[in-house]
Design a protein around this ligand. Structure first.
Ligand SMILES: Nc1ncnc2c1ncn2[C@@H]1O[C@H](COP(=O)(O)OP(=O)(O)OP(=O)(O)O)[C@@H](O)[C@H]1O
Ligand SMILES: [Mg+2]
Length: 602
């Protein structure tokens, strides 16, 4: 609760009141203690007074018991006695709830809370997937490839598709050349990680609309700070996702908020329960990053309060940043626990009135060793005191109360429906389908040629040709012959349908040489001597193995036509290209160029 002079009253001993100065509230804090000693209630008391001060807060609710902050508390003998013994009535203690919003990554117990994959970035995603350095490097490359190719990584399926795309053999070889080695085993490990994360349901966190940070900074209409409660009970089953979420939130705030210097009160205060998960088995680089963010975020007007069982759970460098401390009882049975108690005691400025180490083990429930920063930023001498009872309810909201709160919230409807706009998944799926269709059509056509052509040897060649020279033919023609290549669906080459509309033969074609016509299609009538002369004059073309095969096939097709029509066309250059369009199987397209002589033959 707030004192008359606007300080955040947290605890009281017989002699003194212990309060956090609003100006020091962004100097971070730490609430520690064994289970059941009163950490959550202490958090609730501090959060309530922040809200009363007009400071919005964000709390991770591990057991659901902090949600009661939204409702007024109720008197019970124990609580009444505490209020009376601490003389809180005189200070204005009254049961009241705080304005609150519920959030839930899984969208069940609150507004869905999401971030996009790109916002998370490769470092945090690697952390979530528990990747080793090599795998993290490969994931970084996948992100980079997505960036370079304009592929948006928004939701989980985008990332899965991206990794799948990079893992495809030909892509992997190609990307390895430009981005560095991408071993298939490494990519396989990433894919397995993604799969297991999806099984945990943690993929729900990734997507749009992502959390708008400004929503967290808003106050209620009456000026009190909004209490944002994030349901984290289910999330605790995926501790790495939980940790990554906290890191993401810190870094987003750090990046989005402007430098604010020393403010009269914080813009936002974060309370992270089970904070040891942030640091547990985190690689050194990440720890350094956390330490840096914790240090720098203060000047953006954000305070972070870590809640954990023992101060030794928090790395030294971070611990040094946490100015406001509430230490509940620690039990010390084993030598290891005794050592931890000593370490916790040593982190306080001693009070000559008692021995800190002894006091820690002797504290009762709701009692704590407290030290807050004074106006100069110096940690106060440690005091043994009783934490205030909260004005709001101790314990969880009922399901109905929670539903009502979510329904009436100022952000109701803003995040509920996930948006799935076109991103990497859709783009890559289309690309992969296209390629599969191309491949299938190419082999089907090749197989068709083998069957219908009735020429085993030629059929084989054509199949081979279709497989191997799809690109090189186009390139050869473009480079070596320099003739116009036309694209269009003009007939099925490998299907053996050789027909020609004679009307088109005489039509002048754009880009053709004078006296020459360019005709689409294959076959028609052609006299054998014309064909011979044409073949002779185009040795350059024939040098290309692919084209030689092609000409051979043309020859075969033409010969068939001789039988049918008794006439023959002259073909002096044949170019072809494969058309690959979205919803059409790959078709062979070719053009035949006729010289003057062959036109006469027509
Ligand atoms: N300041 C307080 N005023 C009144 N009651 C308190 C206070 N602190 C603790 N209690 C009582 O102790 C109980 C346990 O406290 P709390 O839930 O805060 O413990 P905890 O340390 O968070 O436990 P856990 O580690 O299991 O989360 C509360 O339900 C409440 O009844
Ligand atoms: Mg608790």
């Amino acid at each position: 609760m707030l004192t008359q002079d606007g300080k955040l009253l947290v605890a009281k001993s017989d002699a003194i009141s212990l309060d956090i100065l609003p100006v020091m509230a962004n100097r971070h804090g730490l609430i520690t203690g064994a289970t059941g000693t009163g950490k959550t209630v202490s958090l609730q008391v501090i959060a309530e007074s922040m809200s009363a001060l007009g400071v919005p807060v964000f709390i991770t609710d591990i057991k659901g018991d902090i949600s009661g902050i939204a409702k007024p508390g109720a008197s019970n003998p124990k609580l009444d006695q505490r209020v009376e013994s601490m003389k809180l009535g005189e200070e204005g203690f009254a049961f009241r709830g705080c304005p609150a919003r519920c959030w839930d990554i899984f969208g069940k117990d609150g507004h869905p809370l999401r971030a996009t994959i790109s916002e998370m970035g490769p470092v945090l995603v690697s952390r979530i997937l528990d990747l080793n350095d090599t795998q993290a490097g490969a994931l970084q490359i996948a992100f980079r490839i997505a960036d370079d190719n304009g592929l948006l990584l928004l939701d989980f399926k985008d990332l899965r598709k991206m990794v799948e795309f990079v893992s495809m053999k030909e892509n992997r070889t190609q990307f390895s050349q430009s981005y560095g080695n991408l071993a298939s085993a490494t990519l396989g490990a990433i894919q397995r990680g993604l799969l297991s994360l999806e099984e945990q349901g943690a993929d729900a966190f990734f997507g749009e609309p992502g959390l708008d940070i400004s929503d967290l900074l808003r106050c209620a209409p009456d000026g009190r700070g909004m209490v944002n409660i994030m349901a984290s009970d289910r999330l605790m089953q995926s501790p790495r996702v939980y940790a990554a979420f906290l890191l993401w939130l810190m870094s987003e705030l750090y990046e989005q908020l402007p430098e604010a210097g020393d403010l009269a009160k914080p813009k936002l205060v974060l309370f992270f329960d089970e904070a040891h998960l942030l640091f547990a088995s985190a690689p050194k680089v990440l720890l350094e990053k956390i330490e840096q963010v914790v240090r720098l975020i203060r000047s953006k007007g954000v305070g972070i309060y870590f809640i954990t069982q023992n101060p030794v759970d928090v790395p030294e460098a971070v611990l040094a940043q946490l100015g406001n401390r509430v230490q509940h009882a620690l039990r010390a049975y084993t030598p290891k626990e005794q050592k931890a108690v000593r370490a916790a005691a040593d982190s306080f400025r001693p009070n000559p009135a008692f021995r800190t180490e002894e006091a820690i083990s002797a504290l009762g429930v709701g009692e704590a060793l407290v030290s807050f920063l004074d106006a100069k930023g110096v940690p106060g001498m440690v005091e043994r005191a009783f934490v205030l009872p909260p004005e709001s309810r101790i314990g969880p909201l009922t399901a109905d109360e929670r539903r009502e709160l979510v329904g009436q919230s100022d952000v109701a409807g803003k995040y509920e429906n996930a948006r799935d706009r076109e991103s990497a998944y859709e783009m890559l799926t289309a690309r992969i389908m296209q390629k599969t269709a191309d491949d299938a059509a190419a082999s089907a056509e090749a197989a068709g040629a083998k069957k219908k052509g009735g020429d085993g040897f030629l059929g084989d060649l054509v199949t081979d040709f279709a497989k191997k020279t799809k690109q090189s033919v186009t390139r050869n023609i473009a480079n070596q012959v320099g003739r116009t290549l036309i694209r269009g669906i003009l007939g099925g080459l490998f299907g053996g349908t050789v027909s020609l509309n004679p009307a088109r033969c005489n039509r002048p074609v754009r880009g053709g040489c004078p006296g020459e016509g360019l005709v689409a299609g294959c076959g028609g009538a052609m006299s054998p001597h014309v064909l011979k002369s044409i073949k002779k004059s185009h040795n350059a073309v024939k040098r290309s193995c692919a084209l030689r095969l092609f000409l051979k096939y043309m020859e075969c097709a033409i010969k068939k036509n001789i039988h049918r029509r008794g006439k023959i066309f002259a073909v002096n250059l044949i170019a072809y290209d494969f058309l690959a369009e979205a919803n059409r199987p790959c078709r062979a397209v070719f053009a035949a160029r006729f010289n003057r002589k062959s036109r006469r033959a027509l």
